[in-house]
Design a protein around this ligand. Structure first.
Ligand SMILES: Cc1cc2nc3c(=O)[nH]c(=O)nc-3n(C[C@H](O)[C@H](O)[C@H](O)COP(=O)(O)OP(=O)(O)OC[C@H]3O[C@@H](n4cnc5c(N)ncnc54)[C@H](O)[C@@H]3O)c2cc1C
Length: 446
């Protein structure tokens, strides 16, 4: 049986309204029990900072409005990650999502608002974001690693602010506003025109007086083509003008084996280039390794090939899963289903003999630890089709964002094993060392 908790004041929510109420209560009553229960899993923050989280200018941990010390000092029982799920006003009782019950004397619901999702045909089948909570902003910021362009629906305050920060984050942005001007509730047409021009000047494509009637492949394709080729080169233009197509021959795809073009193998200018680079980088304390600038190609072992630590006896590598050509395909329910049937998509491929020698059986959960202590876990698939010292993982997996519910938690996030530092890149072309030497440990399942 759950014990019912008691509090004099119960405030649901932890944002502006909740914190103002808390201040006012403590001005009148310093000691009575006061409990703040919020659905959000974080310390209080203001939604006004969210666009800066999207652009990466601010970090979630830097924008807290109150901390634990504040709550302790003001005798506030702060409970986060707990949403109210039902209210029994007759008996002054609320129930939380985890079943916990609270008895109160006075209750304030400061639970704010939630975004209205327009009923656009096809929208639910596409990947889209709203901007209301910190999780929304963090997910949107993470999504910018994989996308080049964004369409913002609505030229209101939040849409415009989000668009400004999306473009600062490097995305190509289109704002679609159905009214004849942006910020219709705030500015007259004359002022709105000035703002629209400023946005256009920083590179935002403005579609004013336009309504989205469907979000489907064709519309997305049209928007993408226009972003890349100009407003008059949308899908219709390409349909009318056509694109050049021809059956590709093996000679075109694997051209290197079929062409007698000369490939330079002696680059006499490389040592000289290093001297020039060193003249710039040296004074700021950066010593560019000489070996990379030799005139003849040389094999230079990457960090993982130099690892001789005991127990670290596998080289990891990733490959593109034929089922998933882009990271957003992980959100496709059919491809996900097919990937779950494919023993390679979401698992770690290991040579059968190597696995058996370590007492592993197909389907065991294993932890991979890199020399620098980075760790990932996944299920092993034993196969003859891999080198005894290799561990293969299909890339694009291991998504963690709540905004990708289909992909979340599937497969292994390969990049987690890689180092992103100066020692792990080739200074000539900044190519990252994409393998790592790892130790494998079997993980007991409960
Ligand atoms: C991107 C963005 C930018 C903005 N910029 C500005 C600006 O520049 N200037 C300005 O004045 N205003 C701005 N606003 C508006 C402003 O943020 C809101 O008016 C204000 O946050 C409303 O405060 P609130 O406390 O009523 O609700 P909210 O801020 O919405 O907070 C609601 C709280 O209730 C919690 N909650 C919700 N459901 C439950 C539940 N079932 N149980 C428990 N807890 C729950 C939530 O976790 C949250 O803590 C912006 C809003 C956004 C989204």
């Amino acid at each position: 049986m759950t014990v019912m908790e008691q509090t004099k004041y119960l405030i649901a929510g932890s944002s502006h309204a909740a914190l103002s109420a808390l201040n006012s209560i403590r001005m009148l009553d310093l000691d009575s029990s006061l409990t703040l229960i919020t659905k959000d899993e974080r310390l209080p923050y203001s939604p006004t900072v969210l666009p800066y989280i999207v652009s990466g200018k601010s970090k979630p941990e830097k924008v807290q409005l109150r901390d634990d010390a504040f709550f302790a000092k003001n005798k506030v029982n702060f409970i986060s990650g707990a949403g109210l799920s039902s209210l029994d006003a007759d008996n002054s009782k609320v129930t939380l999502q985890d079943g916990q019950e609270w008895q109160y004397e006075k209750l304030l619901l400061a639970t704010g608002a939630s975004p209205t999702i327009p009923t656009i045909p096809g929208l639910m089948g596409t990947s889209f974001y709203v901007l209301r909570t910190m999780d929304d902003a963090v997910n949107l910021n993470a999504a910018l690693n994989n996308v080049k362009s964004a369409v913002v629906l609505g030229g209101g305050l939040i849409g415009m602010h989000a668009a400004e920060n999306l473009i600062k984050a490097g995305a190509q942005v289109t704002i679609i506003e159905m009214r004849p001007q942006v910020l219709p509730g705030y500015f007259d047409q004359q002022a709105a025109k000035i703002i629209e021009k400023i946005f256009a000047d920083i590179g935002v494509t403005m579609r004013i007086g336009d309504t989205v009637i469907g979000a489907a492949q064709e519309e997305i394709c049209d928007a993408d083509l226009k972003i890349n080729f100009g407003d008059d080169r949308g899908l219709e233009w390409f349909k009318k003008e056509g694109v050049v197509t021809w059956p590709k021959t093996p000679q075109e795809v694997y051209w290197r084996a079929f062409t007698d073009a000369r490939v330079p193998i002696y680059w006499e200018w490389m040592p000289e280039l290093r001297e020039k680079i060193q003249a710039i980088s040296g004074p700021v304390g950066l010593d560019v390794p000489k070996d990379y600038y030799s005139a003849l190609a040389e094999f230079l072992p990457c960090q993982s090939h130099e690892c001789k630590k005991e127990g670290f006896d596998f080289y990891t590598f990733y490959y593109r899963d034929t089922l998933h050509t882009n990271s957003f395909t992980m959100e496709n329910a059919w491809l996900d289903e097919a990937a779950q049937l494919d023993p390679y998509s979401y698992n770690i491929a290991m040579n059968t003999d190597s696995g058996r020698a370590r007492g592993l059986v197909d389907g065991d959960v294993i932890e991979l630890e890199s020399e620098k202590g980075r760790k990932v876990t996944g299920r092993v698939h034993l196969t003859e089709a891999i080198h005894p010292e290799g561990l293969g993982m299909a890339a694009l997996c291991g998504h963690w964002a709540k905004g990708m519910p289909m992909a979340k938690g599937k497969g292994v996030f390969y990049n987690e094993l890689l180092e992103l530092d100066w020692e792990s890149v080739n200074p000539v072309n900044l190519t990252l060392d994409l393998c790592s030497k790892v130790k494998v440990t079997r993980v007991e399942e409960n």
